[in-house]
Unconditional design. Structure first.
Length: 332
């Protein structure tokens, strides 16, 4: 059944019934070609979404792809701040997010008004913000960073300059420790990464002494202290390719294990468990709001679209472009 856009907006596009016999994968491929759309998917998406994407990657790679794509439409299989970043980098393109409710607890931990007041206390400081922030926060930011390029971004700032780092205090503390800086940190965190249980990871390590512990720098310090390798999703994935190691305890969102399995199916990947003893792994419920049905509907009806005011796009673009320039200089 076909719907009119007006009806969909009123009805709620997610309530649409679609024919169960539809082969969503081939329908999505057809729509993608028809509309000259590109599908960008983050490593935390489910495996079936990663498998239909044109590009799968970490936050930096997806921003770089969004900036250079020739497509007319970007379907962002990720969360809201990622789609906003794509819109800021490619303002003339239509940017779709399968579910507008796909937010981010870390981005939400830095509301605009509070952060503006915080920044005013340090008028001479440079503001470095993690890409996991709203577009509004990026308008208050000098340079955006991701976990792949954060060290390079911070090292590019003269040593005598004070820095405010937001919003992730775990990543900020980790960066202070590896750069020797004393950045002022906003007190935010990701609800997925701060929940990994040190005790349960140590118990897994006892059962699997040959397993390497991999941790994303959004994890709390005690987990980072026991990690054999700390890095962004792409860095963790690269580490698993090392021939020396065959077993890994993975302390980040479990979606990344799909790519690890694809790259090296004979190795063993154990998702690190959270404090809640009923779960074996820690999923981001925002990332997992997306599914193939929503992607199909979004491509077909070109909804929901991520729209930003022109003024916000212009103000936020500088901080993201500075990040892309420093990343290019460092071959990232
Ligand atoms: P990266 O993929 O850039 O490491 O980011 C992880 C993340 O938390 C995205 O929400
Ligand atoms: Fe945000 Fe954490 Fe989910 Fe990443 S995993 S999107 S930082 S809530």
């Amino acid at each position: 059944m076909d719907y009119k856009i007006e009806d969909l907006k009123e009805k709620g596009y997610l309530d649409i019934n679609i024919d169960n016999t539809k082969d969503l994968v081939s329908e999505i491929k057809k729509l993608k070609e028809e509309k000259n759309a590109v599908i960008l998917a983050h490593y935390y998406q489910t495996g079936d979404i990663q498998d239909i994407a044109d590009y799968v990657g970490d936050s930096l790679k997806l921003a770089q792809e969004a900036a250079k794509t020739n497509a007319d439409m970007i379907m962002f299989a990720g969360v809201h701040f990622m789609a906003e970043t794509a819109k800021i980098l490619s303002p003339d393109k239509k940017v779709l997010l399968p579910d507008l409710e796909a937010g981010c607890s870390l981005a939400d931990s830095a509301p605009y008004k509070d952060f503006k007041k915080f920044k005013e206390q340090y008028p001479n400081h440079i503001v470095v913000s993690y890409v996991n922030t709203t577009a509004e926060i990026k308008t208050l930011t000098d340079i955006v960073c991701t976990s792949t390029n954060a060290k390079y971004i911070i090292d590019s700032i003269p040593e005598d300059k004070g820095i405010i780092f937001a919003p992730d205090k775990n990543l900020g503390n980790y960066l202070n420790s590896i750069t020797g800086r004393n950045m002022i940190l906003w007190d935010g965190a990701c609800h997925v990464h701060k929940e990994f249980s040190l005790e349960r990871i140590l118990a897994l390590k006892k059962e699997n002494p040959d397993a390497m512990i991999l941790a994303h720098p959004e994890c709390e310090k005690p987990v980072l202290l026991i990690a054999d390798h700390i890095g962004s999703t792409s860095s963790l994935l690269n580490f698993t390719k090392d021939k020396k190691y065959n077993k890994f305890i993975v302390a980040t969102e479990s979606g990344i294990i799909h790519q690890m399995n694809k790259e090296n199916p004979h190795k063993t990947y154990i998702p690190a468990p959270p404090n809640d003893s009923t779960c074996a792994c820690n999923d981001c419920e925002f990332m997992k709001l997306n599914n193939l049905k929503k992607i199909y509907i979004a491509l077909k009806y070109e909804l929901p679209e991520v729209v930003l005011e022109q003024e916000i796009i212009e103000k936020a673009a500088g901080s993201i472009n500075r990040m892309l320039e420093i990343s290019a200089k460092n071959n990232l």
